[in-house]
Design a protein around this ligand. Structure first.
Ligand SMILES: O=C(O)[C@H](O)[C@H](O)COP(=O)(O)O
Ligand SMILES: [Mg+2]
Length: 298
């Protein structure tokens, strides 16, 4: 690891903070792991706010809508407002509603948790799937019940704790029989940090990728980081100066790449999915790295 890029010295940390007006903060692996906030993070967030910094929370975790994230922040005694939260479920809903010209007569088939369908509903998009299909098929013969559906205009994949064969077979069928059906994913993180280790990421599980992308020979459009949809929405709303905006994250190919594509400063934290070895070996290198967000205070 290039140790001279570590932000460690108090004076340097202060100068770095002073050079930034807006911090975009990734959540899993930076603020918290599951429902456990990392030690020192509330103090660091308060410190940044006390210095007049704008804080925006930008997460690829699609399980929650922005409104549910707000409740999570409140339940963990972290200050945040709805306007400060951007999630990949919202980015996907925004993209479908504002960039795809999605016909009002069509529906989105969702593999994912309630956050995705809540965000689609807020953007006026009809959807099916999600928890409706939590019950799996019980017999091979039941597969015949899964048929192409002309009312489906897009398939959207997100993190689904109840992923099953029925959901994959439905998504596959809609995409296989009509090339006009949009193939979308909220994010492509390969791993998810929790309990001091990592688990397969929401969409990045080999099973989901292999079951859909390989047999279909199609790749989804990914809407979360590093895709720029989320940044476009944020920049439009807040008119950020990229030079004075910093993306803080724990993953190189999503958070750091996202910041770099947008011309932002980038700061990697070591509290999530990136080990020192990974950092050393990767082609994607942040401007600076720091042991944890907790260190980002005087
Ligand atoms: O698999 C996932 O969905 C991701 O690993 C994860 O939840 C990303 O969340 P972030 O680190 O962007 O907050
Ligand atoms: Mg993260």
């Amino acid at each position: 690891m290039t140790t001279d890029r570590e932000l460690k010295d108090a004076g340097e940390i202060e100068a770095f903070i002073d050079s930034i007006d807006t911090f975009l903060l990734d959540c899993d692996g930076v603020i918290w792991a599951g429902n456990t906030v990392f030690d020192g993070v509330p103090e660091a967030l308060n410190y940044l706010r006390s210095k007049g910094k704008r804080l925006l929370f930008v997460t690829n975790n699609s399980t929650k809508s922005r409104a549910s994230y707000l409740k999570k922040f409140q339940s963990l005694n972290l200050h945040a407002t709805l306007d400060e939260i951007f999630g990949s479920a919202y980015a996907a809903a925004y993209y479908i509603a504002h960039q795809l010209n999605f016909p009002p007569t069509k529906k989105v088939y969702v593999i994912g948790m309630s956050g995705i369908q809540d965000e689609l509903t807020s953007e006026g998009i009809s959807s099916v799937g999600g928890s409706e299909d939590d019950d799996n098929l019980s017999d091979m013969a039941d597969m015949a019940s899964i048929k192409p559906d002309p009312s489906i205009g897009a398939v959207l994949l997100g993190f689904d704790l109840n992923i099953n064969y029925k959901k994959l077979a439905k998504a596959f069928t809609y995409l296989h029989h009509d090339e006009g059906v949009h193939f979308l994913a909220t994010n492509s993180d390969l791993t998810f940090p929790a309990g001091g280790t990592v688990y397969p990421g929401g969409f990045g599980t080999g099973a989901l990728l292999a079951a859909l992308s390989a047999p279909l020979d199609r790749k989804p459009v990914v809407l979360g980081k590093p895709h720029q949809t989320m940044l476009d929405v944020i920049v439009n709303k807040y008119h950020l100066d990229p030079q004075r905006t910093c993306m803080i994250g724990d993953r190189l190919d999503t958070d750091i790449a996202f910041g770099q594509h947008g011309g932002l400063k980038t700061l990697l934290v070591m509290t999530g999915v990136t080990s020192p070895k990974k950092l050393q070996e990767s082609d994607i290198q942040p401007d600076r790295f720091i042991q944890g967000l907790a260190n980002l205070k005087a």
